[in-house]
Design a protein around this ligand. Structure first.
Ligand SMILES: *Cc1c(COP(=O)(O)O)cnc(C)c1O
Length: 409
């Protein structure tokens, strides 16, 4: 049966201690035991079901982890203090000295820096490839390769990874296919296409309020248990624990993710079509002109659309800067990194969230300095927003008055 992630989240029932409709928050770092033997057995793993210490788990982190396992249709999940906490722990758990990773070259800047600069110090090397070129991916695999890594929708170029084709390769070469699904929760279900491990930065769409940092790893019970192992688990030993109070608040926000994703996607599709009609260089996977449009349709959950990210290439950093400052002045949204907020957020990716990637490599992968990435918000009246943006484009000399189209509500 096809995985229905929104229903899975809707059907969860976590009650509070006094019959509350929200689960109680257990505001404790440590837990008592009725007798010493029970504590010892919990420590050695012989007895399950008892809370011991909140770096291992707490009721609230468990509830949120369970909900995220439902979202991604995995046996288990574990939440982390941040998306990078989830990514670094996963890679360090899977790769030991002399192991190798094949990764998409267009990934989140922090993930890129971790693979490029941090992991080699521990004897783990990464080959960066064009993830849409399956032959290039296969050619990069060596006898030491353990992990094939990508983002569903790459940051910031919005290339769509063909998870199904990549999972065939991963199976053939016995690799773990790790997919960062931060940009497309609900829109794409990577495990349905054969991914082994799905990672999220909860900071973005899933929490959706730009008030918290968090991460998650969704995978098999065996892998999640290995992360939590008190002797060998990266999740346990690197200590990137999510706070209990945060876990409770993120769980509450997760419940509205389905309607939020639909609105983000619908608004982004509208604006992408509008920009394209003005003759601008706009990339959005929901547009037929986009290289990954067909792949997205093949692997995506159509009812949630193609998510809320789009890019506009304005040619130079000067134009991009002028345009973004004007959009902020006109209250189109905010000049800020991150995504998934109710307001539209925009940044020039090359000089901000992808600044870890050297300039020549940015150029090679097609990341132009004038590229503005938008995370489209939950605007109730997106036509009004389109009019405001058009005014800014004209004021910056990117459009002239003649090309102006009056959008009628
Ligand atoms: C933000 C982001 C991350 C890192 O998450 P943090 O919560 O900031 O640590 C990883 N991957 C992608 C795609 C992101 O957008």
């Amino acid at each position: 049966m096809k995985h229905k992630p929104a229903n899975q989240i809707q059907d969860l029932q976590f009650f509070g201690e006094f019959g509350g409709v929200n689960p109680s928050i257990s505001d404790s770092s440590t837990y008592t035991f009725m007798n010493a033997k029970a504590m010892m057995d919990t420590f050695t793993g012989e007895q399950a079901g008892c809370y011991l210490y909140s770096r291992h788990s707490s009721p609230s982190t468990q509830y949120l982890s369970e909900a995220l396992a439902k979202l991604e249709n995995t046996e288990a999940a574990q939440v982390f203090a941040s998306g990078m906490g989830a990514i670094s722990s996963t890679l360090m758990q899977l790769c030991k000295k002399e192991n190798h990773i094949v990764s998409s070259r267009t990934i989140y800047g922090g993930t890129y820096a971790f693979m490029k600069h941090f992991l080699p110090e521990f004897g783990v090397e990464t080959s960066f490839v064009d993830i849409t070129n399956i032959q290039a991916v296969e050619a990069a695999i060596t006898s030491q390769t353990k992990v094939l890594y990508c983002e569903t929708l790459s940051n910031p170029l919005l290339e769509v990874a063909d998870i199904k084709a990549l999972s065939k390769l991963a199976k053939q070469y016995h690799l773990s296919l790790v997919v960062d699904n931060t940009f497309t929760p609900l829109c794409i279900s990577p495990t349905q296409q054969g991914a082994d491990i799905v990672i999220h930065s909860l900071t973005k769409f899933i929490n959706g309020s730009s008030d918290a940092v968090g991460g998650a790893v969704c995978g098999s019970s065996e892998f999640i248990e290995s992360l939590k192992d008190v002797n060998h688990g990266a999740g346990m030993l690197l200590g990137q624990t999510m706070d209990t109070l945060r876990a409770a608040s993120i769980l509450k926000n997760l419940r509205t993710l389905p309607i939020r994703m639909q609105k983000h996607s619908a608004n982004a599709l509208y604006l992408a079509g509008f920009f394209e009609s003005l003759g601008l260089q706009c990339a959005y996977p929901g547009l037929q002109s986009h290289k990954g449009n067909q792949t997205f349709q093949n692997i995506g959950n159509a009812e949630f659309g193609c998510s809320g990210l789009l890019t506009l290439d304005l040619g130079s950093i000067e134009k991009a800067t002028q345009f973004m400052e004007l959009m902020q002045y006109e209250n189109v949204g905010y000049l800020a990194v991150s995504l998934g907020f109710y307001k539209t957020l925009f940044t020039a990716s090359g000089s901000s969230t992808s600044s870890e990637i050297p300039e020549d490599e940015q150029k090679e992968m097609g990341l132009s300095e004038g590229l503005v990435r938008f995370s489209i918000g939950l605007d109730h009246d997106i036509k009004r927003t389109a009019n405001k943006i058009q005014k800014c484009l004209v004021a910056c000399g990117i459009l002239n008055n003649k090309t102006q189209i009056e959008v009628t509500a």
